[in-house]
Design a protein around this ligand. Structure first.
Ligand SMILES: Cc1cc2nc3c(=O)[nH]c(=O)nc-3n(C[C@H](O)[C@H](O)[C@H](O)COP(=O)(O)OP(=O)(O)OC[C@H]3O[C@@H](n4cnc5c(N)ncnc54)[C@H](O)[C@@H]3O)c2cc1C
Length: 509
């Protein structure tokens, strides 16, 4: 059975502890931590607060049960916690907004400790309105709710409850990426707790190698970021249009329009942003397509920005249209996806080819997988919602990524434009887990093989960390040079490999 249609619209230490290393039964680590640092906010499984900390977007993460949650309320408390955990060789994980789809992405198991950053929740706008200092436990909605009334914005995530931390450390696709790059390109300065518990700043001027690595290299190889200083800019309401089309037939019209945006339209209009979602909704007659369009400066509801005109052709059949002017907070709530289901995200990217054929030829591969998923769900008495999403990385975005010496993603303007091809599936029964993981890997492999067979570019296969499946080799997609530099930086700031060994469950350089 497929899940109901509305889900698509929803898309729209003071001193180090004295105990010796290696002498700990991990199930006792929380008692030892409480003993050494009685002031640290610590939540044991017996506490009524435990389920609140153990709430994650994906049910696969909530299914894990760390020995305890530590929820520091200051950088000093994060430093005490990290120094304690590394000294005691205790496995741990770090929860920002908790939106990783796969189990263990930001929750510890097997007697490990999860550091929940929720207490680092300050949002402070600088006197000159040019910077916003954001505590690492914030969700993007906390930031936009402060900035919207001030007529300011940052290059943020598009969905309200997603964490600032994970999104900005892995990259960060935003409504404003056309002119400004990804979220990571718009961080001025980080405050970071290293494996040793030392607190450092990272910016263009200070620890520049760490600053580079945190812009796309993720957090878990380098340290716990406690504060992000983000570039702020003046911004009023955005124009937005969510348009749902009946699928299979319109793909042949819509995908060429998307290709045209990728290779030309978006590069010519830096205020425009879009993504394109394909799904299957039996109640709507089968395959449907959502085009979500945004424009940072257009304010005329009567006519679309020129760049999106093709999608608004009256001859194109639509199932629903929702065009509005909206601030970032309202938009990001519209795009929210409810928590509580089992989730997987997988991703690849393909370099733009001269014609839309490659983007069109991916669709039958996806449809064949959807048919298999429907059969598997029926056999398992489960529900499944499948989505294939195209996110353009047009040449202007690649150019904007080169600020401050470039980020760690390994993407250069000459590599593009690129189209991210993201697969996202949510389902209800654990019985489906293996079929979903195996099938998703197979689909991504087939898309990569198809792209490589077209032979127009060697830049296929960039893997966006924030959309990657648990077993994907994210850093291979960054290219050898960027990967080697990331390893070098990780070794410099974590010389004993403590984060590498103890921080469980995410993509390590
Ligand atoms: C509904 C939804 C909408 C999304 N929308 C977008 C979007 O618009 N654009 C986009 O680019 N991505 C988007 N994503 C993907 C999102 O960027 C990733 O899921 C990201 O990892 C979420 O960050 P988080 O803090 O919520 O995740 P978490 O699972 O808490 O963290 C992710 C990783 O970062 C580590 N980490 C967390 N905090 C810190 C820290 N302070 N220091 C060091 N490491 C840390 C964690 O240990 C984990 O390894 C979306 C995801 C969902 C589920």
């Amino acid at each position: 059975m497929l899940r109901p249609w509305p889900i698509l619209l929803a898309l729209a230490l003071p001193a180090a502890a004295t105990t010796t290393n290696h002498d700990h039964n991990h199930s006792n680590i929380c008692q030892t931590l409480a003993h050494h640092h009685p002031h640290l906010p610590l939540t044991l499984p017996s506490s009524p607060l435990y389920p609140t900390h153990n709430t994650y977007w994906s049910a696969r993460q909530t299914a894990l049960h760390p020995a305890c949650f530590v929820s520091p309320t200051s950088t000093a408390e994060v430093a005490q916690t990290i120094r304690f955990l590394t000294t005691h060789r205790a496995p741990f994980s770090v929860k920002g907004g908790g939106h990783t789809a796969f189990e263990g992405g930001s929750n510890a198991d097997d007697g490990g400790v999860t550091i929940d950053l929720v207490g680092l929740n300050s949002v402070v706008v600088s006197g000159d309105r040019g910077t916003v200092s954001v505590g690492a436990g914030n969700r993007w909605i906390n930031v936009s709710e402060v900035l919207d009334p001030l007529g300011l914005a940052v290059v943020a995530g598009r969905s309200s409850t997603v964490g600032v931390s994970g999104l900005a450390l892995g990259g960060g696709i935003s409504y404003f990426s056309g002119g400004r790059g990804w979220a990571c390109d718009n961080v001025r300065r980080y405050e970071v707790v290293l494996a040793s518990g030392e607190v450092v700043e990272a910016s263009v001027e200070e620890n520049a190698d760490l600053y580079w690595a945190l812009r796309g290299g993720g957090g878990s190889s380098f340290g716990v970021v406690t504060r992000f200083d983000l570039v702020a800019f003046e911004q009023g309401e955005l124009w937005a249009s969510s348009r749902v089309y009946p699928g299979a037939a319109t793909n042949r019209t819509l995908i060429p329009l998307m290709h045209e945006l990728l290779v030309k339209g978006l590069a010519e209009d830096h205020a425009a942003h879009t993504y394109f979602v394909m799904t299957y909704a039996a109640e709507l007659g089968g395959y449907v397509v959502l085009s979500d369009e945004f424009h940072a400066t257009h304010s005329d509801l009567a006519s679309p920005p020129e760049v999106f005109a093709g999608f608004h052709d009256a001859a194109l059949p639509t199932l629903s249209i929702n065009t509005r002017l909206s601030n970032v907070s309202r938009l990001s709530r519209d795009i929210e996806q409810a928590p509580g289901l089992r989730q997987t995200w997988w991703v690849t990217s393909v370099a733009a080819t001269a014609t839309p054929d490659l983007l069109l030829d991916i669709v039958p591969l996806w449809e064949e997988y959807v048919a298999r998923l429907i059969a598997a769900a029926a056999a398992d008495n489960s529900t499944v919602s499948p989505f294939l999403i195209y996110h353009p990385i047009s040449s202007n975005i690649l150019e904007a990524m080169q600020v401050n010496g470039g980020n760690a993603l390994g993407l250069k303007p000459e590599d593009g434009p690129l189209m991210i091809v993201q697969l996202t599936l949510s389902w209800t029964s654990t019985g489906m887990d293996e079929a979903v993981e195996t099938g998703s890997k197979e689909l991504i492999d087939k898309i990569n093989a198809l792209a490589d067979s077209r032979g127009e570019s060697s830049k296929n296969g960039y893997i966006y960390m924030n959309y990657a499946g648990k077993t994907q080799d994210v850093f291979a997609g960054y290219g050898k040079q960027s990967h080697a530099k990331l390893r070098h930086v990780a070794k410099k700031y974590d010389p004993r490999g403590e984060l590498r060994d103890l921080w469980k469950g995410y993509f390590k350089v």
